[in-house]
Design a protein around this ligand. Structure first.
Ligand code: GLU
Length: 481
């Protein structure tokens, strides 16, 4: 009889940045497969990187996935029978499992210091050898290792990867992928602060949460043999592996914020309808059959099969997305479109952010819309605003400063006014620009105008995603000029 096990899949984002379109993409395929199979879709937060994970990022990811219309059955906010669903709350569990592997002889404590590892690396580099840990501590007799741990010596726990043979990853879309064990490092499973690494936490959780299919992006393929080794070491049954093709920039490189916006919030802010974003992501590597490009989530669920996934790198193309969105907008009734506009920016909350910034600047109500267009517009046109480049400065140099300003914005996602003001002033000083020059350049980049309401407050209202985009576009415009 066929396997009757309930399908359980998960999306497992690390809350270390903006809600990424790649996360929505992977969430979509997990969600659709779960719904198609009558199974469960789980959201797990992988926040074991203590320096980079933040609660704000977690909240933004949850908000973005909900906005796009993917609800999870189990997760950190809705609970479920296999919680907690936030890895930082499961640290004791990983420790136990790491030690279980040590007892089984499949993992070992490693006492090598950072200095030793650095020396080893330098020596390997010099000798043009593969870089990696040389398994020195694997030969410490277990009793001695245990005594050293008990005595409080600083250590990590590493997986004892077999020196020979190969590890096979059966991938639903790619067949059997083979990896030479000799090329796999003895992975760290537990760090010296007692926190697990991605590999350990991911495998332990997928097992304990009874995940049946791991549907994730292609970029994790190189991790999967390590996971297969872990399943083997624990003696657990593996899930099925399905590595989806990576989203790409139009130039074929892996999608990245250097080339185009990757935050789901950007697409929300420019007025892409959530169901269109889902439709568009569905087309990345999957097809409904025939040349049908427009379909709903429910239609995708009904028709879903991994056989229709194609592996050629799907291109995340903003033009195509805008085209799909336009087609969807045209099908709305005027009243439906009105509702969408309200949900977007034509609502009291947003208008009440805009109004204080122009309150003193309008004499008549009919001046309000002309005075505020840039709060509602997407990309701006810089061709007729030569003040983007200050007098006696050149375009390339100005583009550099815009890119530096973009980095400042990136590093201060809350767009804190005081911080931005100081950083921008420092930036101007560092390049021997007058603050006035830099602020004019930024004003033109962000508002398209030489005279505008207060710049930093305007950035906050426009939002970080569109602010970033305009800084980047203005720099690109100057580089092209
Ligand atoms: N935490 C990983 C991520 O950020 C999860 C990868 C996986 O699905 O195993 O995508």
């Amino acid at each position: 009889m066929a396997d009757q096990k309930e399908v359980r899949v998960r999306v497992a984002p690390s809350p270390t940045g903006d809600p990424h379109v790649g996360t929505a993409y992977i969430a979509l395929f997990n969600y659709v497969f779960a719904r198609h199979s009558g199974g469960k879709f789980i959201l797990r937060i992988e926040d074991t990187d203590r320096t980079r994970s933040t609660r704000e990022s977690e909240e933004a990811i949850l908000r973005a996935l909900r906005w796009i219309g993917l609800e999870w059955d189990e997760g950190p906010d809705v609970g479920g029978p296999y919680g907690p669903y936030r890895q930082s709350e499961r640290v004791e569990i990983y420790k136990e499992y790491a030690w279980e592997l040590v007892r089984k002889g499949r993992a070992y404590p490693c006492f090598c210091t950072a200095e030793r590892l650095a020396e080893l690396r330098a020596a390997q580099k010099q000798a043009k050898q593969d870089l990696g840990y040389d398994s020195l501590c694997r030969s410490i007799p277990p009793a001695e290792a245990e005594a050293r741990v008990k005595a409080g010596e600083c250590h990590v726990i590493r997986l004892a990867v077999p020196d020979e043979g190969e590890t096979i990853v059966p991938d639903r879309l790619r067949g059997e992928l083979r990896f030479q064990n000799a090329l796999i490092d003895d992975q760290i499973l537990l760090k010296s602060d007692g926190f697990p690494t991605y590999h350990l936490a991911n495998v332990v959780d997928d097992h304990l949460m009874k995940i049946t299919h791991v549907i994730r992006a292609e970029e994790w393929i190189s991790s999967t043999p390590k996971h297969v080794l872990l399943y083997d070491a624990f003696g657990w049954e593996m899930p099925e592996w399905i590595h989806m093709p990576l989203l790409r920039n139009p130039d074929g490189s892996k999608i990245s914020k250097r080339k185009q916006p990757v935050s789901i919030d950007y697409y929300r802010d420019i007025g892409i309808l959530p169901e269109v974003l889902l439709n568009f992501l569905a087309l990345m590597g999957w097809s409904m059959g025939g040349d049908r490009e427009r379909f709903t989530l429910d239609e995708m669920i009904a028709e879903f099969s991994f056989d229709k996934v194609t592996l050629g790198g799907p291109v995340f193309d903003l033009e195509k997305l805008s085209w799909l969105n336009g087609a969807a907008i045209r099908e709305l009734s005027p009243r439906e479109l009105l509702e969408r506009l309200k949900a977007w920016r034509l609502n009291d909350d947003f208008l009440l952010e805009v109004i204080p910034l122009v309150h003193e600047r309008v004499r008549r109500l009919d001046e309000f819309i002309p005075a505020t267009t840039f709060y509602f517009a997407g990309d701006l046109d810089y061709a007729n605003v030569p003040e983007l480049v200050p007098k006696n400065r050149d375009a390339r140099e100005t583009a550099k400063l815009l890119e530096a300003a973009l980095e400042i914005v990136d590093a201060n996602p809350n767009l804190d006014k005081e911080i931005l003001e100081t950083r921008f002033r420092d930036l101007a000083a560092a390049h021997d620009w007058k603050p006035r020059e830099l602020f004019m350049t930024l004003r033109v980049a962000v508002t398209g105008r030489t005279v505008s309401p207060p710049l930093l407050e305007s950035m906050q209202v426009i939002g970080r995603e569109i602010t970033r985009r305009r800084l980047r576009q203005a720099a690109a415009f100057l580089k092209g000029a």
